[in-house]
Design a protein around this ligand. Structure first.
Ligand SMILES: Nc1nc2c(c(=O)[nH]1)N[C@H]1C(S)=C(S)[C@@H](COP(=O)(O)O)O[C@H]1N2
Ligand SMILES: [Mo]
Length: 501
């Protein structure tokens, strides 16, 4: 076989190994770190708009697939060229391979949100390609060698290329569920709620820089769960089972559930693991089906007092049945968050939201099952791990500002306070050992949503301790007694030390 032919074959096999190995490593580490996709993304960035439009006009939504195919053809040509080069003047082909990998690495690290570690798949690709290219062309460099036998070369190149293709197929298979889920989310249109929340009342939001906004933007919303990566559920096959102590066990598909009347609520949810002053708390506009409507269809039997809800990740929560059937409490099977389809991280396709209860006893994400049962008959995930079976959210408050250096004079101290489902009656601030003084409160939207507060403090030179406490509608004053998060939520007053020069 001709030297150039040997080289070209070796180059193609090396490219197959590079693509397969890097796709597999990227699928395991971080799909966006794929050198192939990063180069495609760079090409899109560099393509003039006119050309882009023409390609989209020709291929429609297949434009990305078209680009990847073009890149693979270009890569094959470059790889064959590198192989020929290697066969003629080793190690020139391997050097060219390294240069191509450096180019790919540049594409990877210049993607938005990329981290330096994202070059790992590209390094693996470069290493794989260099080793395979070197091995397959080695017989050409052996002294007096007549080159490899045709059979040996075809076999070697075939095995390497086959391994590369198998790895690429494996990577593709690994990512298929995520891609299907993303495509499914993109196709969903939320129904129109029968009771939309409407605009915020005047005064609901205080105008204080750096104060937590009344509604937490979804990208800033805290995330707590036992899932390593969010379960990828396909709404086409997802179903909710309602079982246990019910007259009529039932199964609802996503379409059936989303076809029921939906309501919107502004509700603050919170993690039991939130330390005093912590940020494992957030507020969103949730759209969903009242849980009582679904339970009504199943008809719980007398004697049941709990609903054990299960998520696809193995999590379960025990929620008092009464909290879910109470017409005065907007407990939802949420399918929407802040006007968008419920994101994967927050429980797509369906999660529970129950005002007034910590997330671990109420806010099951990736919901698959509601089992009507009794507290003395079933135990939830965290309850077997040292947490309570029942856990209403405790009245609380937090200081958000000032969060930077201040100077003497009038300073705005501000934060949030919550007493979900009961409502906040008052928030007070204490400086050092001074009296508790009332803060200005934002207009209440619902008792289920936190309120903002602010206080104009005349700061004097020195070091000061500023602490906050809230009182709920029942007159319960937030306790100063310090308690850790287990078994049912931390207590204590958020206190910040301010240095006034
Ligand atoms: N399936 C599932 N749902 C879950 C959890 C979980 O681990 N798995 N964690 C719960 C806890 S402890 C909290 S505080 C909330 C957090 O919801 P978020 O991640 O949307 O903020 O989800 C709850 N729902
Ligand atoms: Mo939590």
């Amino acid at each position: 076989m001709h030297r150039d032919g040997i080289g070209a074959l070796a180059g193609l096999a090396a490219a197959a190994v590079a693509v397969g190995a890097s796709e597999l490593v990227a699928a395991l580490l971080r799909p966006s770190a794929s050198p192939l996709l990063s180069v495609a993304s760079l090409v899109i960035d560099l393509t003039p708009p006119g050309v882009k439009d023409a390609v989209i006009g020709l291929f429609g939504t297949g434009d990305k697939a078209f680009l990847v195919v073009v890149l693979l053809v270009v890569l094959a040509a470059a790889a064959a060229g590198a192989g020929v080069l290697e066969a003629r003047r080793a190690p020139a082909g391997r050097l060219l391979t390294v240069a191509l990998a450096v180019g790919a690495a540049v594409a990877v690290v210049t993607r938005t949100g990329a981290s330096p570690l994202d070059v790992v798949p590209t390094l693996v690709a470069a290493l794989g390609a260099v080793v395979v290219l070197g091995r397959l062309t080695r017989p050409l460099r052996e002294p007096g060698g007549a080159g490899p036998s045709r059979r040996a070369l075809l076999l070697g190149a075939g095995v390497w290329a086959g391994l590369g293709i198998v790895a690429a197929a494996g990577a593709e298979a690994m990512q298929a569920p995520a891609r299907r889920a993303a495509a499914a989310i993109a196709r969903i249109r939320l129904p129109r709620p029968v009771s939309p929340v409407g605009p915020l009342p005047a005064g609901a939001q205080l105008d204080v820089p750096d104060l937590a906004p009344l509604i937490t933007p979804t990208p800033d919303f805290y995330r707590i769960d036992i899932a390593l990566s969010p379960p990828q559920l396909d709404p086409a096959t997802w179903a909710l089972q309602v079982t246990g102590e019910v007259e009529r066990p039932l199964t609802l598909t996503y379409a059936e559930l989303a076809g029921m009347p939906t309501r919107e609520s502004r509700t603050t949810i919170m993690c039991v693991s939130n330390e005093v002053g912590g940020d494992l708390i957030g507020s969103a506009v949730w759209q969903g089906i009242p849980i009582r409507d679904v339970l009504e269809l199943a008809r719980p039997r007398a004697g049941a007092d709990m609903v054990l809800s299960s998520g696809a990740d193995g999590f379960s929560a025990s929620t008092p049945l009464s909290a879910l059937t109470d017409p005065g409490r907007e407990a939802l099977l949420a399918i929407g968050m802040n006007g968008e389809v419920l994101p994967e991280l927050h429980g797509f396709p369906v999660r529970m939201i129950v005002p007034g209860l910590y997330g671990f006893v109420s806010a099951t994400k990736w919901l698959t099952r509601l089992e009507v049962t009794r507290f003395d008959a079933a135990t939830a995930y965290w309850t077997t791990r040292g947490y309570s079976a029942k856990a209403p959210i405790k009245v609380g408050s937090r200081i958000d500002v000032p969060d930077r250096a201040i100077s003497a004079g009038v300073v705005t101290v501000a934060g949030v306070a919550w007493a979900q489902h009961t409502g906040i009656a008052r928030v007070q601030l204490q400086v050092d050992d001074g009296p508790w003084r009332d803060c200005e409160l934002s207009t209440e939207v619902t008792p289920d949503l936190w309120r903002q507060w602010r206080f104009r403090w005349t700061a004097t030179t020195g070091t000061h301790q500023v602490r906050v406490r809230a009182t709920d509608r029942h007159g319960l004053v937030q306790t100063a007694r310090m308690q850790g998060v287990a078994p049912d939520g931390a207590t204590g007053l958020h206190t910040v030390t301010l240095h006034v020069p």
